[in-house]
Design a protein around this ligand. Structure first.
Ligand SMILES: Nc1nc2c(c(=O)[nH]1)N[C@H]1C(S)=C(S)[C@@H](COP(=O)(O)OP(=O)(O)OC[C@H]3O[C@@H](n4cnc5c(=O)[nH]c(N)nc54)[C@H](O)[C@@H]3O)O[C@H]1N2
Ligand SMILES: Nc1nc2c(c(=O)[nH]1)N[C@H]1C(S)=C(S)[C@@H](COP(=O)(O)OP(=O)(O)OC[C@H]3O[C@@H](n4cnc5c(=O)[nH]c(N)nc54)[C@H](O)[C@@H]3O)O[C@H]1N2
Ligand code: SF4
Ligand SMILES: [Mo]
Length: 733
């Protein structure tokens, strides 16, 4: 058969770039960027194109595997795997209750139409609250700030890149990460256009990153952002630069923020954030007086010791300068599927409605802090975690406290993995089930819809059949749910459409497939009842799945996001943004009362991401045979000289939890006193041969992981700005 080309899109990260897949005899031959894609227009990155190696990788898990008594795995049939896992889950539920069964769903679950939804409903079905994800290593602090400010954790405004005059980026490196909580294709181009039209792009980062290097850089001390932002607000309030009309019209409770800012003049902030007071003043004035301005932060803003506060302050800066919900400022997303509504109907637009059994930390969108998993497994009592399913995740490399987690996983009654590979977390798994890749399933990335700067929606069919016996994640979860006597997704349909005329029409359309609710059916329902939907014939020309299928490159729904959305996006009384509240006031006090740096651990460790790497799982591509592509730490020349460390030597990084050794690059790219070490490495005993050979050290082994180390407000792990000591270890081989 001749090779066929099919438009689809990548599902590794937020831009969800349009790709063209070349397929021959049911096998993927090549991926290239789709020049005609309405959003990404020929943009893509090496990870997306190298996914062809993941797709065809000889190391992929292609059959259900069962642990043998000798420790190895043996291939079994799906029927055997599902019935044995089902029997063991039923037994555990009978003996210890559904609350003893947990799930860790990793990062790729967010890039699927169904994975996160299905597993969430699975746990609800069995009555468990043990839901863990990367969120406490990624976004929980952001969600908590949103819950406090806007009344819903899932309302996260995006900077209006195409019209802003001043973009302040805090702790994000979009030229490498490609943007997060933003979905917009080629960001370098968008930022360059801001500058070309006379605007500014300023990057606040302890490292002169690729993005900082291409634009303006403010070199902040790790974890110094709250001081910097609060001092900027000090300048804005004391110099009369705040937009008082906007504050009065859009917010309540600004007094608490003013009072805290009052206590934080730039001179007080300078030694804490490392930015000279004069520069703080200049930055505050420039941001406040720009015709339009937007501040946006990501993981560098989300993983520090004051992460919830930093995220709150980032939005507060935009809000008090009159830039929220306005063109050129921060705008609320307008997904064709209303994410806030779905989250509400699914009961996950929550914050602190219950707390963890161990550590007494709040749930955020129905999820508990992943660093607690080890203690939840090892702490006896009602609700002790006894069975864990890990799908699309590698917590042994991605969650702090790896050594403790690995030990605890070995004590579970049952561990099941659902993945493309045997990763480090599956070392103790009793079963590993083969998942289909994103190219082997149909899809529509619901979670990204609200982050598109240009409202857009695209559906893709699978481009190749699953290899071996791999199955889409939702189908595996659905089958497991059936083993336990329920269907994973049920009842949502009625909730979605209500009981009116639309509801009756929708349910009639839905009925024939009542046997199994597939993602395609659910998406059709969501789209048709959504804001652009055809409402089952009630609105002519509206969207439906059928229409999306007829437009394989997707449908652009508007040129821009619009302002004036507070009434639809802010859920506090009167649709006012709330600037005060106990949590924020406590966090402000905690910051202002926080002790100066730890002299025993004088350096601060931060993370780093590489172009070809994606957390822990893109390390099995041929490029990773090249030692240049492996893990290394960045150390400032002065810090290196202090310990007699030369470029290329191994640096030993020691925290209160232990030490790791990583080859060092001596560079003034990082500020003095800061060391940058990528996470996601430390492959030694996974089933991925190239990754195993690439090795590396697992930085999460030495990062703080006890309940007491997590941020009280959000359960967030502290992964950036962690005090460390460094020593020269040895010459690296
Ligand atoms: N190539 C590649 N792309 C990715 C990923 C990947 O692993 N590789 N991962 C994806 C995922 S899961 C996510 S969540 C996104 C993350 O997207 P980003 O957050 O944009 O990704 P990072 O490159 O980690 O950028 C964080 C930046 O914060 C800086 N930083 C660290 N500590 C501090 C601090 O205390 N203050 C300030 N102001 N800055 C600080 C770091 O130096 C770094 O430059 O990227 C996604 N894209
Ligand atoms: N120290 C430190 N730790 C961090 C971070 C940091 O900056 N510093 N960043 C954090 C962030 S932002 C994130 S998102 C997490 C990521 O943490 P995790 O999600 O736990 O880890 P990943 O490395 O993304 O592992 C993803 C796994 O999913 C598998 N996979 C890929 N696609 C699919 C699929 O479609 N189905 C299934 N079933 N499996 C699939 C891959 O093979 C891989 O094993 O790491 C966090 N950890
Ligand atoms: S930036 Fe790269 S990895 Fe992310 S969606 Fe685009 S092609 Fe995929
Ligand atoms: Mo992430």
């Amino acid at each position: 058969m001749l090779p066929a080309e099919q438009p689809t899109f990548c599902r590794i990260c937020e831009p969800t770039c349009g790709l063209i897949a070349t397929v021959e005899d049911g096998r993927l031959i090549k991926l290239r960027p789709d020049k005609e894609h309405p959003i990404t227009a020929g943009f893509s990155c090496p990870k997306g194109l190298e996914f062809v190696h993941v797709q065809n990788d000889q190391d992929r898990v292609l059959h259900p595997l069962r642990r043998r008594p000798d420790g190895g795995f043996e291939q079994i049939s799906w029927e055997t795997a599902l019935s044995e896992i089902g029997a063991r889950l039923r037994e555990i539920r009978r003996e210890h209750g559904g609350e003893s069964i947990g799930w860790y769903g990793g990062n790729p679950t967010a890039f699927s139409h169904s994975h996160a939804l299905w597993l969430g409903w699975f746990l609800r079905g069995i009555g468990s609250r043990h839901l863990y994800t990367p969120n406490t290593q990624d976004t929980s602090s952001r969600f908590v700030a949103s819950a406090l400010l806007y009344g819903s954790p899932v309302v996260v405004p995006v900077p209006d890149l195409d019209r802003t005059d001043f973009l302040l980026l805090i702790g994000t490196n979009p030229l490498v990460s490609r943007g997060s909580l933003i979905s917009a294709g080629n960001l370098r181009e968008r930022f360059t256009e801001i500058v070309a039209r006379g605007g500014r792009v300023v990057v606040v980062d302890p490292r002169r990153t690729e993005t900082a290097n291409a634009f303006e850089h403010v070199a902040v001390r790790p974890d110094g952002d709250a001081w910097l932002l609060l001092a900027m607000l000090h300048v804005i309030f004391t110099e009369g630069l705040a937009d008082e009309a906007a504050i009065a019209a859009q917010t309540t409770g600004n007094e608490a923020l003013r009072a805290a800012a009052d206590r934080c003049p730039p001179e007080l902030a300078e030694p804490r954030c490392g930015v000279p007071a004069a520069d703080i003043r200049g930055l505050a004035r420039a941001f406040a007086t720009a015709p339009t301005a937007a501040a946006h932060g990501r993981t560098g803003a989300c993983l520090g010791a004051h992460a919830t506060l930093v995220n709150y302050l980032i939005d507060a800066l935009t809000i008090v300068t009159g830039n929220l919900d306005k063109e050129g400022g921060l705008l609320f997303g307008r997904g064709t599927v209303d994410l806030t509504r779905i989250a509400h109907l699914a009961g996950v637009d929550t914050y602190d409605t219950y707390r963890s059994r161990v550590g007494d930390l709040p749930e955020v969108i129905g999820q508990l802090p992943a660093p607690l998993m080890a203690a939840e497994i090892e702490t006896p009592g009602k609700g002790q975690l006894r069975a864990l399913i890990v799908s699309a995740g590698n917590p042994v490399l991605s969650v702090p406290g790896s050594t403790g987690l690995e030990r605890a996983l070995g004590k579970l009654d049952l561990q099941v993995g659902i993945d493309l590979y045997l990763n480090e977390t599956h070392k103790h798994a009793d079963y590993v089930l083969p998942a289909a890749t994103f190219l082997e399933r149909d899809d529509l990335v619901i979670a990204a819809l609200d982050f598109h700067l240009k409202p857009f929606v695209q559906w893709t069919e699978a481009v190749v059949p699953p290899r071996g016996e791999a199955r889409p994640d939702w189908e595996i979860i659905d089958d497991l749910a059936r083993e336990l006597g329920f269907a994973a997704v049920s009842g949502l349909a009625t909730k979605l459409v209500g009981t009116g005329r639309l509801g009756r029409l929708a349910l009639r359309a839905f009925a024939p497939a009542a046997g199994r609710v597939t993602p395609a059916l659910l998406i059709d329902l969501l789209i048709r009842t959504g804001r652009d939907g055809d409402r089952f014939g009630l609105r002519r020309g509206g969207l439906s799945l059928k229409k999306l299928k007829a437009n394989p490159r997707g449908v652009v729904l508007a040129e821009h996001l619009e302002g004036g959305m507070l009434r639809r996006r802010v859920f506090h009384r009167g649709h006012h943004v709330r600037l005060d509240g106990d949590v924020i006031e406590r966090e402000l006090d905690r910051l202002l009362g926080s002790p100066p740096p730890d002299v025993d651990y004088p350096l601060l460790l931060i993370g780093r991401r590489d172009v070809r790497s994606h957390n822990s799982w893109m390390h099995n591509t041929p490029k990773h045979r090249d030692p240049e592509r492996r893990q290394w730490a960045m150390v400032h020349p002065k810090d290196a000289a202090d310990i007699g460390l030369s470029d290329g030597e191994l640096v030993r990084v020691r925290t209160a939890k232990g030490s790791i050794e990583v080859p060092a690059r001596v560079t003034d790219e990082v500020v003095q006193g800061c060391i940058a070490v990528p996470h996601g490495w430390g492959h030694l005993d996974g089933g991925w041969q190239i990754a195993n050979a690439a090795g590396g050290a697992n930085v999460n082994e030495v990062l703080p992981a006890e309940a007491a180390d997590l941020e009280r407000a959000s359960g967030m792990a502290h992964l950036n700005g962690v005090p460390v000591r460094i020593e020269a270890a040895a010459v690296s081989g």
